[in-house]
Design a protein around this ligand. Structure first.
Ligand SMILES: Nc1ncnc2c1ncn2[C@@H]1O[C@H](COP(=O)(O)OP(=O)(O)OP(=O)(O)O)[C@@H](O)[C@H]1O
Length: 574
């Protein structure tokens, strides 16, 4: 993942790395120069001061450049990761997304991306400090090779302690990363379940303390455990550094042949100068571990998102007949070890047909609709459009035939049409037709509001679907939350209008009152699709008397109350 990031931010990464390395080199040279100035003679000093001025001002400028470019690098890397994950999510199969759940995806798009990007941003800083440490070691070797060997030995022991600690700490950090994904699903529940939590104090307390509270505590504990191990390792590293300084000083003070003022002051300067870079590098290790855990989470997510290679062919814009042959789909429920299967379906739909699909809850109507419009890849079977087989790679082109409103539809604020402005007049006309004009309009290619009732929002979704102007319309219980008047408008006006305009319409419905309007009636039962040929038997007889669930009015006449379902005359209303 880091390699990919470096590739995508190459320009800024090279600029940051280069300025950081140069700054590191200048810093070490400055230390060496200071030591030369302290121990040099008066003759050399004027030239040395010129060098000092050049190195110092060059260092300050390079540090500024490095900070500025690194800031840009951080923002760019964050947007690259987010864009990359978002693109993969958008391109993934619907079944993958449903299996993974929104929480994991959100967690990767936010926290995990930020984690990786912020470590990536600190890479140049780590590089600078690494250069300073390496430069200091080289200068040390030049001053005295024995101290240099001693330094290498210390570094080896220090890093050995770190790598041992890292094994344990990384487990905690990885665990924390997956706990964070779970926490995001609880965050979703806070807003999605706001009404339920507000209405039930006991549930709210349990959710707050046991579900959310425990998840937050567990995450905090794992992060803390990981950080504690790293801090202990860091202290071990600090101990090794001071042991080295102490040991080196002891050695230098005991060794007469190298006990020159220049060597001693050189080592003193180096020790002091190396302390901060070493600490920065030690501190970078826990952040690197956390970034690695986040990168792994992102990688795990993206590898579970199957991307389909699309063909160069143009999307389908029309069809005369659409045949599905032995098409089936199955869900596997891991927790209950159960399977729901849609039995192989054979069906031909002709352009301009109005088809109703009926069936009980959980019988598989929505699943079939998703397979029909290509949202789910069928486990077996074929889709044939005008005699041409639709391959998996052409499924996206095939999907462009459909405009759908499922019960969990999402209505975008923007129309998301290339010619959105040109469609405004038509859209506003439809809004008027659906009696929403006093609530909402389309302005600048977007709906002015979505603060509408459930039924009104669904009508607005219908406007958006109409504007898509696709040849095949699929409505999954669209009318379920419409009032009787609009139900009637939908079945008796809107659907026939769509058919009259050459569209094909597939409606999932429970409204038996309108079954007689369909060209064909299909039934789904336990995943089995059948066609109802004797439609009359399934169409309720029109009521012989008019309506009413009634109560007696003051005048003694029965009041008519339309309950929106079937109409029953109650003669003996009291
Ligand atoms: N995303 C999913 N993952 C796993 N199983 C699913 C998924 N969606 C639906 N199911 C299962 O498939 C079966 C059929 O569901 P489906 O939504 O197709 O029924 P339906 O006939 O549309 O029901 P309803 O009338 O209640 O909308 C159900 O038993 C359900 O548990």
């Amino acid at each position: 993942m880091l390699g990919d990031l470096i590739k995508k931010t190459r320009g800024r990464f090279i600029a940051t790395a280069l300025s950081s390395v140069l700054f590191g080199l200048m810093s070490v040279s400055l230390v060496a120069l200071i030591n030369e100035i302290i121990n040099g003679n008066a003759q050399q000093r004027s030239t040395q001061f010129i060098y000092f001025a050049v190195l110092a001002s060059g260092g300050v400028i390079l540090q500024l450049i490095s900070k500025l470019v690194s800031e840009q690098l951080s923002e760019q890397s964050q947007s690259v990761i987010r864009q990359q994950v978002a693109e993969q999510v958008i391109g993934a199969k619907l079944s993958n997304l449903e299996q993974l759940g929104a929480a994991k995806i959100k967690s990767c798009l936010t926290e995990h991306s930020l984690n990786v990007a912020s470590f990536f941003q600190s890479l140049p800083n780590i590089l600078t400090n690494a250069v300073i440490v390496i430069g200091a070691l080289v200068y040390m070797a030049w001053l005295d090779w024995r101290v240099f060997i001693f330094a290498l030995l210390t570094l080896f022991l220090g890093s050995l302690g770190y790598s041992l600690a890292n094994v344990k700490a990384f487990k905690k950090v990885t665990e924390a990363a997956s706990l964070q994904d779970q926490l995001f699903s609880h965050f979703d529940a806070i807003t999605a379940g706001a009404k339920e939590l507000k209405l039930n104090k006991a549930k709210r307390t349990l959710f707050k303390n046991q579900i959310l509270g425990q998840a937050i505590t567990l995450l905090r504990e794992r992060r803390l455990q990981g950080a504690t191990i790293y801090h202990i390792a860091s202290s071990w590293g600090g101990f090794m550094i001071f042991s080295f300084i102490g040991g080196a000083l002891f050695y230098l003070s005991q060794t007469t042949d190298i006990n020159s003022a220049k060597t001693m002051s050189g080592f003193a300067l180096l020790f002091l100068y190396m302390l901060t870079p070493l600490e920065v590098m030690l501190d970078a290790i826990p952040r690197a571990a956390s970034a690695k855990a986040s990168a792994n989470s992102i990688l795990k997510l993206t590898t579970k998102l199957d991307q389909v290679t699309e063909t160069e062919n143009l999307p389908l814009t029309h069809f005369s007949n659409l045949t599905i042959q032995s098409l089936s789909h199955r869900y596997y429920h891991e927790q209950s070890d159960e399977v729901f299967s849609l039995s192989p379906v054979d069906l031909t739909i002709n352009q301009g047909e109005l088809i109703y699909l009926v069936g009980g809850n959980g019988s598989g109507k929505t699943t079939f609709a998703k397979v029909l419009c290509g949202l789910y890849e069928a486990d077996q079977g074929n889709i044939i459009v005008d005699g041409k087989h639709v391959s998996i790679n052409e499924l996206d082109n095939y999907r462009q035939l459909f405009s759908t409103i499922f019960s969990d539809y999402h209505l975008f604020d923007q129309l998301l049409e290339n010619n959105a402005h040109a469609l405004e007049a038509q859209g506003n006309q439809l809004i008027r037709k659906l009696n929403l004009h006093h609530k909402v309009q389309i302005k600048d290619g977007a709906f002015t509001t979505q603060k509408l009732s459930q039924g009104q929002r669904k009508r607005l979704a219908l406007v958006a679907a109409y504007l898509e102007d696709r040849p095949f319309y699929l409505f999954d219980e669209w009318a379920a939350d419409q009032d009787p008047v609009f139900k009637d408008v939908f079945y008796t006006e809107l659907l026939p209008e769509l058919i009259a305009n050459g569209k094909t319409v597939f409606v999932i419905t429970h409204d038996d009152k309108y079954f007689h309007l369909a060209d064909r009636l299909l039934r789904m039962e336990n995943g089995c699709l059948t066609q109802i040929n004797n439609m009359e038997e399934h169409i309720p007889k029109p009521p012989q008397d008019t309506v009413s669930v009634g109560v007696k009015s003051d005048s003694g006449k029965a009041l008519i109350a339309n309950n929106g379902c079937s109409f029953v005359k109650i003669n003996n209303a009291v």
